[in-house]
Design a protein around this ligand. Structure first.
Ligand SMILES: Nc1ncnc2c1ncn2[C@@H]1O[C@H](COP(=O)(O)OP(=O)(O)O)[C@@H](O)[C@H]1O
Ligand SMILES: [Mg+2]
Length: 199
């Protein structure tokens, strides 16, 4: 069994989790790992001079634990290969990793088979964020004082990246985003299959 790892990153409330869930429904042998599941407890989050908890930085995440989850998935695919017949050994297993800080985390650089980055404009992002309930809740001024500046920093950081990132317009409908990415992935997976055959 071969593996194919998809990264879905982008701005908070850009639609990463929604897109990943929709893809999982329609792609065969597909698992999802969500970066949001790896936040450190509040007691371990730094605070800045304005009293804002610094959640939107890599240090707020237990990335070692997330890497273990990814390695665990890789390992389970290897085991599946050992206990399977030759035919299903041809199949590709897909792992979608979705989260707001993926492509600036060096240890993952070589893992991506396809990378997507969802963006939405400032106003829309602020509006969507205000409708969500976070734990702990966003204090007044948090979006402009922490969330958006950290997103801009992150986006700048990934400008220098050497591999291809497909930028997605997060203001498109959920259905349109799904179709665009699904079709792109089917195409990429077919390319990978071709490479296996000719290798
Ligand atoms: N394509 C879309 N158009 C409009 N709203 C969307 C779209 N995708 C997701 N949403 C909504 O935006 C909010 C954030 O979506 P979510 O997938 O949780 O974003 P993220 O995981 O990037 O933070 C949710 O309320 C969701 O219903
Ligand atoms: Mg999410």
């Amino acid at each position: 069994m071969k593996t194919f790892v998809v990264g879905i990153s982008g701005v908070t409330n850009g639609g990463k989790t929604t897109l990943a869930k929709n893809l999982k429904k329609y792609l065969p042998n597909c698992s999802v790992i969500s970066q949001d599941d790896f936040f450190k407890p509040e007691s371990e989050i730094e605070t800045d001079k304005n009293g804002f908890l610094q959640y939107d930085v890599l240090e707020a995440l237990n990335m070692e634990e997330m890497m273990s989850a990814i390695n665990c998935w890789m390992e389970s695919q290897r085991h599946a290969l050992l206990s399977t017949n030759w035919e299903s050994a041809e199949e590709i297993s897909i792992l979608i990793i979705e989260g707001f800080l993926l492509f600036n985390y060096k240890p993952l650089d070589t893992i991506w088979n396809r990378s997507y980055f969802l963006t939405i404009p400032y106003e829309e992002c602020k509006r969507r964020r205000s409708t969500r309930v976070y734990e702990p809740p966003d204090p007044p001024g948090y979006f402009d004082g922490h969330v958006w500046p950290m997103f801009l920093k992150h986006r700048r950081e990934i400008e220098d990246i050497t591999w291809e990132i497909v930028y997605l317009d997060g203001t498109k409908s959920e259905e349109d985003l799904f179709s665009q990415v699904y079709e792109d992935l089917i195409h990429e997976l077919a390319k990978q299959k071709c490479m296996q055959v000719t290798a």
